[in-house]
Design a protein around this ligand. Structure first.
Ligand SMILES: Nc1ncnc2c1ncn2[C@@H]1O[C@H](COP(=O)(O)OP(=O)(O)OP(=O)(O)O)[C@@H](O)[C@H]1O
Ligand SMILES: [Mg+2]
Length: 289
């Protein structure tokens, strides 16, 4: 089956300097045989309102290849969480389509794991270890021993090796969030959907977790959709950046940020993209929040 070319959107390619030059090619060149892991095509999302459906997102399109990291960036109310909910299968499109590996997303599935922004995602009556092990037993059908061993590995990986037996109420916000991330990663998801997971963390913890996430993405090769309103975080973590404006949520621009990672942080090319995104976000029409 031939996959139609992606929607033409402004794409800032880092390969073509200067940064402000616009090109219409996608971040990853698509061959005809390539089926994206995730795809949104002219995605439109509504919520029921007192006077009929209220439009939250209109005509958003993107493709995410295996192992790519798509970041959704934009002001409050631009529909970032709504798009993530559609990818997770919690919100049906009012128009257009969301697909996983070429199939319409019709509900949640074990192939997609979601990490929310809220700290209280853990079961308060279970230890940190069992919070991570429990879903492995239920969803992945692992035995107790194997689930616990895998949980411990994941928790050590995010620096919680000393909190295995602790209960959630004894953890700091950052530790709870690390545990939620460990729970997601232990499931070894094909697709990881993260909604501002680091937003409420202090700068140091946030930086460490950003680095951890990049290392884990490298190791596990999952496909990531990451929501943030922090520009530098978006440029650092994404291989592809999708910039949205609000009311209703719509695409302003997409950027290929695959060449900008930890090693480039603070360098002129990195800062150029940050400035460019900042200018677009604060341009009239984009910042109605
Ligand atoms: N459950 C809901 N019912 C009705 N409207 C909703 C609902 N959830 C979100 N909306 C509306 O949809 C629009 C997009 O909301 P969404 O939560 O996706 O934005 P966001 O970009 O994630 O914002 P934030 O950065 O503040 O989290 C907003 O106008 C919001 O008011
Ligand atoms: Mg949100």
């Amino acid at each position: 089956m031939r996959i139609p070319d992606p929607e033409p959107m402004p794409m800032i390619s880092l390969a073509s300097s200067p940064v402000s030059s616009l090109a219409s090619s996608p971040a990853v060149p698509w061959s005809q045989a390539q089926v994206p892991v995730l795809e949104a095509r002219s995605l439109t999302l509504d919520y029921p309102g007192p006077d009929g459906p209220a439009r939250a997102v209109t005509d958003v399109s993107f493709r995410v290849a295996s192992g790519e990291r798509l970041v959704l960036l934009g002001p409050s109310g631009c529909g970032k969480s709504s798009i993530l909910k559609a990818l997770a299968g919690f919100l049906r499109p009012a128009g257009g389509a969301v697909e996983i590996r070429g199939k319409a997303i019709s509900g949640p599935g074990p192939d997609r794991i979601v990490v929310f922004q809220e700290f209280d995602q853990l079961l308060p009556w279970k230890s940190v270890r069992d919070n991570v092990a429990f879903p492995l037993r239920v969803a992945r059908k692992l035995g107790v021993k194997e689930a616990r061993a895998r949980a411990e590995r994941a928790l050590r990986r995010v620096g919680l090796g000393r909190a295995l037996d602790a209960y959630p109420h004894t953890l700091s916000g950052g530790m709870k969030q690390r545990a939620a991330i460990a729970r997601a990663l232990a499931a070894e998801p094909d697709v990881l959907l993260m909604d501002e997971p680091f937003a409420a963390l202090d700068a140091l913890t946030r930086r460490t977790l950003q680095e951890d996430l990049l290392a884990l993405a490298q190791e596990q090769g999952f496909t990531l959709v990451f929501v943030t309103h922090a520009i530098d975080e978006a440029v650092l973590l994404g291989t592809q950046l999708h910039l949205l404006a609000a009311h209703p949520g719509r695409t302003i621009a997409t950027f290929d940020t695959s060449g900008l990672g930890l090693a480039e942080r603070g360098t002129p090319p990195f800062e150029d993209v940050v400035r460019h995104v900042h200018d677009l976000l604060f341009a009239d029409g984009a910042r109605h929040v």
